[in-house]
Design a protein. Sequence first.
Lengths: 114, 112
Amino acid sequence: DGGITQSPKYLFRKEGQNVTLSCEQNLNHDAMYWYRQDPGQGLRLIYYSQIVNDFQKGDIAEGYSVSREKKESFPLTVTSAQKNPTAFYLCASSTTGGFDSPLHFGNGTRLTVT
Amino acid sequence: QKEVEQNSGPLSVPEGAIASLNCTYSDRGSQSFFWYRQYSGKSPELIMFIYSNGDKEDGRFTAQLNKASQYVSLLIRDSQPSDSATYLCAVRQSGTASKLTFGTGTRLQVTL
């Protein structure tokens, strides 16, 4: 079955440590995205990539980094520079052919930093 | 002004009634509009999208778009307790490639 796999589901880290969240898709989508969701807030865009080896900052990119070496994979690193990293992280993908292409989401990774 | 605004709710409707969820957006050049449902602790699931003025129906769901008023809504007919969730409105703004901008969501409670 085609879909988006995020791992792990839950992640716990100590403050000051970098952590990498995995996102893999087998939908053959060109575009991939990382959003962050905090309680009572909507989804906020961290980074997105429309093609391999290229990515753009979203609205809240500070303290995060990404890579897009393969079409299927778009890992997100939460660095120690991110001031409030505890959140629900959602990876998504879409085609880039038209304005009506929806985003499809993975199941999310819940990161807790203490 | 937020780019995409929704009333946070909760919106409470009795089982079998019509639930009406509303969303306004600030970018007049926005091209397409998406409704997602999100259960607590889960990821968003696409319900439907719309890009032309008027109504679009899919089963118990109807999306309504009025670009002149910069307003999009979602109607849920014959509401069921399983419809209780947070509904997210998302907009593809002009000149923003493929990314979506999300509202904060409206929490819907369907009561027995």
